[in-house]
Design a protein around this ligand. Structure first.
Ligand SMILES: Cc1cc2nc3c(=O)[nH]c(=O)nc-3n(C[C@H](O)[C@H](O)[C@H](O)COP(=O)(O)OP(=O)(O)OC[C@H]3O[C@@H](n4cnc5c(N)ncnc54)[C@H](O)[C@@H]3O)c2cc1C
Length: 501
C-alpha cells in the first residue's frame, strides 16, 4: 500500500527502540559523530502527558495496555512503549548486578569482558550520569518501612536501594511517568543528549522488518497516528549498522519476523522473567501503598543463600487503586470490602531469580508475540519460601493479617499459620497471580555461536553490523532489578561500536 507520508533516510546507524539499550547507543554514537536515526513505536511524552491517571497511562504508555501475558495467562508481563522505553514508567530502583552473577558470567560463561572489575567503570559512569543515590532513612514511605523495619526486626539484612532521581518530591507516581521531570529516565537523559548531538528520534514509528543487502541494511516499518495505532505512513532507513533495542520481548519478535540471526534457532529461546508475586498485609495504621517513593528498600538476605545462584528477594511495590483492584482476590461485595481497606494495605513483592524455569518468545502468523514460561521446581520452591518470608516480614512490621495472591484464598491470621497454609497452597499456572516487569535474556550474548545470538560485543554471530543492545542479550537472570545492568552493558557495547567503525 502507498502512504502519503513516507520517510526514506540514509544513516550511519539505525536504532530500533529507545529504552536503556537504545537510549545509551543513540547518545554515545551520536556524540561520536555518527549519523544516528532512532525509531520508537511509543510516543514522545512530556511532563504534561504524565497525568497520574492509571486508566490513561496504562493504555498509552504500557505495551498491550499493561495486559501482555504468557500464552497460558499465568504471567502478566509489564513493559513500556514510549520514547525512553520502559524507563519512562519504571520505579527508579537502580542496583548493580550482584557480584556472584558477574563471577558466573566471567568464569563459567567466559564473558571476561563482563567481570566485576571490567564492568565497574561502566556502572560508575552510568551512576554519575543518572545521579544514582540511596535515599536517606527518613524518606522511606510506610510501604517500604514494612520491608526495611520488618526484615531487620527478624534479623534479616535489608538496605536502601539506589535511585536515579534528582529532586524527587516523593509523589509516588514514577510508574505513571514523572510529572515533575525529576526522574532521570532515558527520555530525560540519554535521548535529549543524543538529540543535542544530532541524532534523529522518530516516535510513533514501528519497525516491521530488517533486510540485509551485503553491507547495507534496511529497516522498514510504519508511522503511526499519535493517539491510536492507525498506520498513517511508512519509513525506510538504510544504514550499515542496525542496533535492535526493542526489549527482551520485542527484539526477538522483530528478528523472527525478519528471519534474521536465527540460524541456530536461539532467538527468543532463553527468556527469563524474574518471576514475581506479592503478599498484602492489612494494618491498623494508614500505609497508603501508592504514595511516597515507590521502592527504596530491599531485603536481600535470601539471594543465593544456598550458593545455587538462585533465591529471592523482597521489595515494596507501589500499588495504585486500579492495580490493587486487578490484583486482589474476591469478587463483588467482598472485593469492595477489601478495596475499602486499600489505604491500610501494605504490599511487598517476592522476586525469584530464575534458575530452572524455561521461557520463550515466538511469533504467531500475524507477527505478534507468543510467550511461554514454565516455572521450574526449584524456582517454585523459592516462590513458596519467599512468600513465607515476606508474610513474616509483614507481621513483624505490625500487620494484623496477611494474604497472598493465590486463586484459592490464602490468608494468615498470625505467623503460626503461614507454613501450614503455604504447604497446602498450589503454585501451578493460574493458581497464583504472577507478574514480570523484568523480562531478560531472550537473545542472550555468549562466546559460543551455537548457543547464543550475539557475541560479547553485542554483534550478531551471523550478520555483521547487526547489533542487539537491550535486556534480551543479558546472559542470565540477574535476580535484581535490571535497568542499571542494561545501561552499563549498553555503555560498553556502544563504546565498542564507536571503536570498531
Ligand atoms: C512498572 C515497571 C517498573 C519497573 N521498575 C524498575 C526499577 O525500578 N528498576 C529497574 O532496574 N527496572 C525496572 N523495571 C524494568 C526496566 O525498566 C527494564 O528492564 C528496562 O527498561 C529494559 O530496557 P530495554 O532497553 O531492554 O527495553 P525497554 O526499556 O523496554 O525499551 C524498548 C523500547 O523499544 C520499543 N520497541 C520495541 N519494538 C519496537 C519496534 N519494532 N519498533 C519500534 N520500537 C520498538 C518499545 O516500544 C520500547 O519503548 C520496571 C519495569 C516496569 C514495567
Amino acid at each position: 500500500m502507498e502512504y502519503k507520508k513516507t520517510k526514506n533516510i540514509t544513516a550511519d546507524v539505525c536504532i530500533v527502540g529507545s529504552g536503556c539499550g537504545g537510549g545509551v547507543c543513540a547518545k554515545v554514537l551520536a556524540e561520536a559523530g555518527m549519523k544516528v536515526v532512532l525509531v520508537e513505536e511509543g510516543g514522545y511524552f512530556t511532563a504534561e502527558d504524565f497525568n497520574q491517571r492509571e486508566d490513561d497511562v496504562y493504555q498509552k504508555m504500557y505495551r498491550h495496555r499493561a495486559g501482555l501475558a504468557t500464552e497460558d495467562l499465568s504471567f502478566t508481563i509489564l513493559t513500556g512503549k514510549t520514547v525512553g522505553g520502559t524507563t519512562t514508567i519504571n520505579w527508579t530502583t537502580s542496583l548493580r548486578t550482584p557480584r556472584f552473577v558477574l563471577d558466573h558470567w566471567a568464569k563459567d560463561l567466559h564473558l571476561e569482558q563482563y567481570s566485576y572489575d571490567e564492568l565497574l567503570p561502566y556502572f560508575e559512569k552510568v551512576e554519575r550520569y543518572l545521579n544514582v543515590h540511596q535515599e536517606p532513612d527518613e524518606r522511606h514511605n510506610e510501604n517500604n518501612r514494612i520491608v526495611y523495619d520488618g526484615a531487620r526486626a527478624l534479623g534479616y539484612h535489608a538496605e536502601s536501594t539506589g535511585r536515579n532521581v534528582d529532586g524527587c518530591i516523593q509523589c509516588g507516581y514514577c510508574g505513571l511517568g514523572c510529572a515533575y521531570d525529576v526522574k532521570l529516565s532515558a527520555n530525560l537523559t540519554y535521548i535529549p543528549d543524543a538529540e543535542k548531538a544530532g541524532a534523529q528520534i522518530i516516535s510513533r514509528a514501528r519497525a516491521e522488518n530488517i533486510s540485509v543487502n551485503g553491507v547495507r541494511k534496511t529497516v522498514e516499518g510504519y508511522l503511526l497516528e499519535e493517539q491510536s495505532d492507525t498506520v498513517v505512513g511508512s519509513f525506510k532507513i538504510d544504514a550499515p549498522i542496525v542496533i535492535v533495542a526493542g526489549s527482551a520481548i520485542h527484539t526477538p519478535v522483530l528478528l523472527l519476523k525478519s528471519k534474521l540471526a536465527n540460524g541456530n534457532r536461539k532467538v527468543g529461546s532463553t527468556l527469563t522473567l524474574h518471576p514475581t508475586t506479592a503478599v498484602l498485609g492489612v494494618f491498623d495504621r494508614i500505609i497508603d501503598p501508592g504514595y511516597g517513593i515507590p521502592q527504596s528498600a530491599v531485603c536481600d538476605e535470601f539471594m543465593n543463600y544456598r550458593n545455587d545462584r538462585g533465591g529471592y528477594w523482597i521489595e515494596a511495590v507501589p500499588v495504585h487503586p486500579a492495580l490493587a483492584a486487578m490484583s486482589l482476590p474476591e469478587f463483588g461485595e467482598k472485593h469492595r470490602s477489601v478495596m475499602e481497606r486499600y489505604r491500610n494495605l501494605g504490599a511487598s513483592i517476592v522476586l525469584v531469580k530464575d534458575t530452572d524455569s524455561f521461557g520463550s518468545v515466538k511469533i504467531n502468523q500475524f507477527g505478534r508475540p507468543i510467550i511461554n514460561y514454565t516455572l521450574g521446581d526449584r524456582d517454585r520452591q523459592y516462590v513458596r519460601e519467599g512468600l513465607d518470608t515476606a508474610a513474616r516480614i509483614q507481621f513483624a512490621a505490625g500487620a494484623r493479617e496477611v494474604g497472598t495472591l493465590h486463586a484459592r484464598k490464602t490468608i494468615f491470621g498470625s505467623p503460626d499459620e503461614i507454613q501450614r497454609k503455604l504447604s497446602t497452597a498450589r503454585y501451578g499456572p493460574n493458581e497464583i497471580v504472577m507478574y514480570s516487569a523484568h523480562p531478560l535474556s531472550s537473545c542472550r550474548m555468549g562466546v559460543n555461536p551455537r548457543t547464543s545470538v550475539v557475541g560479547p560485543d553485542g554483534e550478531s554471530h551471523e550478520v555483521s553490523g547487526l547489533f542487539i543492545c537491550d535486556g534480551s542479550i543479558i546472559p542470565t537472570s540477574l535476580g535484581v532489578n535490571p535497568q542499571l545492568t542494561i545501561f552499563a552493558v549498553a555503555e560498553r557495547i556502544a563504546e565498542g561500536i564507536v571503536g570498531k567503525f
